[in-house]
Design a protein around this ligand. Structure first.
Ligand SMILES: NC(=O)c1ccc[n+]([C@@H]2O[C@H](COP(=O)([O-])OP(=O)(O)OC[C@H]3O[C@@H](n4cnc5c(N)ncnc54)[C@H](OP(=O)(O)O)[C@@H]3O)[C@@H](O)[C@H]2O)c1
Length: 258
């Protein structure tokens, strides 16, 4: 049985993705901090699809936690065929007013733990000549984001990292897909103090649609998957607009509506 490990599985896009894997009869390892939500998801998925779900709670903001998660999987003797690095969060506001520890945690979850899990699970996949990794970035990856500077920069890292490693993996039988959603209705906006901004009020997608799209791109082994026609248009337009102007436009979009 193929096994998929999904981080950030307790809510939002990650929770939606679980159903896509389960419907294709894959066993799952699911992780996040909220153990109750993970256990509820595991029970629901097992009852609905008859698959095995292993719950391993982990706080990926803690340095060393990604190594512990990998060791827990190894200890159980499970070979992970598919890895989804989906856990992540943002924070709205100017950097000089932001909680410094929250910025540390964001870099740890969105960047450092993602790199560690990718690094640790890749060798097994390459040795087996088969495997897939889905990195959840964002359309935020394509330009700087005033008022969410750290978040945008973490997603730019994920995009750059994913495209580079995807190229390294050519011919190995392993693929890496970078999913870039625009705004999505999940807990993300509320957790990032971001749901009153123009970005969210104008065009947020449903998490189920993003999961459907991302899962299909992942199974096809596409390197880059930007969700939604408008988002693809924005990414394309960004190549032709002076960067200084883009930064000003993004700031306007990020600002809260009166
Ligand atoms: N929603 C959007 O507008 C949007 C747009 C583009 C990209 N994204 C990206 O999509 C991904 C999923 O976000 P979402 O929109 O589905 O938001 P969400 O509903 O808030 O889900 C975020 C997930 O990440 C987990 N997570 C957060 N901090 C963690 C930590 N310290 N350790 C372990 N897990 C942690 C959460 O679980 P626990 O709280 O249980 O730990 C939760 O399962 C993120 O990478 C986000 O940046 C979202």
């Amino acid at each position: 049985m193929t096994v998929a490990l999904v981080t950030g599985a307790s809510s939002g896009i990650g929770r939606e993705l679980l159903d896509r894997f389960a419907a294709d009869r894959m066993d799952l390892i699911i992780t996040a901090r909220d153990e109750t939500a993970l256990k509820t998801a595991a029970d629901d998925l097992t009852a609905k699809y008859g698959i095995a779900v292993t719950v391993i709670p982990a706080d990926l903001a803690r340095p060393g936690e990604a190594h512990r998660l990998f060791a827990e999987v190894e200890k159980r003797g499970i070979a992970v065929e598919y890895l989804v690095n989906n856990a992540g969060f943002g924070n709205y506001g100017a950097l000089h007013e932001a909680d410094a520890r929250k910025m540390d945690d964001m870099v740890q979850v969105n960047v450092a733990s993602l790199v560690t899990l990718t690094r640790l699970f890749l060798p097994g996949m390459v040795a087996r000549k088969s495997g897939r990794i889905l990195q959840v970035a964002s359309v935020a990856a394509f330009q700087p984001g005033p008022l969410m500077a750290v978040y945008y920069a973490t997603k730019a890292f994920v995009l750059s990292f994913s495209e580079a490693v995807a190229e390294e993996l050519t011919g190995t039988g392993v693929t890496m897909t970078c999913l870039c959603p625009g705004p999505v209705h999940t807990q993300f906006a509320a957790r990032s103090n971001f749901n009153h901004s123009r970005v969210f009020q104008s065009h947020a997608a449903q998490a189920s649609d993003v999961a459907d799209y991302g899962y299909r791109a992942f199974m096809r082994g596409e390197i880059l998957a930007v969700h939604g026609f408008n988002n693809r248009l924005l990414v394309l337009a960004g190549r032709f607009i002076p960067r200084r102007l883009i930064v000003k436009m993004v700031r306007w979009m990020q600002e809260k509506r009166d």
